[in-house]
Structures are given as C-alpha cells and as structure tokens.
Write a protein of this length. Structure first.
Length: 109
C-alpha cells in the first residue's frame, strides 16, 4: 500500500510543478490561483511522502518520489509547455524509468 501512496505523492509532485509553470505564464488572479494549486499539491505530496517513509526506506522512497516527479514534469513540459522531445531527453527519461523500477525491485519492503 505504501508503494501506491508513494506513486501518488510523486504524481502530486508533478502537479505542483505544473501549477508553478502555469503560474509563471499567468498574471493577476489567475497566477494567484495557480499558486494556490501549487501549495495544495505541494502539501499533499509531502504528506504522502512522509506517510510512505513510515515503512519504506527513506533513500529508496525519496529517489522514487523525485524520479516520478521528474518523469512527470518532463512529460508535462513536453505536452503543455512546448518543451523539446529530443532523442537524448527521451533516452535519459527512459533510463530514469528503468532506475525507478530497479529500485522498487531491489527494495526489501
């Protein structure tokens, strides 16, 4: 169950990065609302990360959490912020996914 909580925490990390990107593009009340979304996503992500680390090793949990957030943020950047989807970016994104899967497989919890 804590692995699922950790994955959801990583998705909320992607969510707060998305909100931050949208706030950067916005002005006034719209930017403020995106920042509210940023802080809500940040709070949920950190709370779930804390919950997951109650039974998972902190090093593994943190690496998986940041990896999921990084992968999600790159994908969001490509899809919503017109960031490049170049070969080497996608190649290293794939190696990051493999590393996260590897950490899950070697974890004793």
């Amino acid at each position: 169950m804590n692995w699922i909580i950790l994955v959801v925490a990583g998705l909320f990390e992607t969510g707060f990065a998305f909100c931050l990107g949208k706030a950067k593009e916005s002005v006034g009340t719209t930017a403020t609302m995106w920042m509210v979304g940023f802080f809500i996503s940040l709070s949920i992500s950190m709370t779930l990360l804390y919950k997951a680390t109650q039974t998972l090793p902190i090093g593994t949990a943190y690496a998986v959490w940041t990896g999921i957030g990084a992968i999600g943020t790159v994908i969001v950047g490509i899809l919503f912020f017109k960031e490049p989807a170049e070969f080497w970016r996608l190649f290293f994104l794939t190696t990051l996914i493999g590393s996260i899967i590897g950490l899950k497989m070697v974890s004793t919890h």
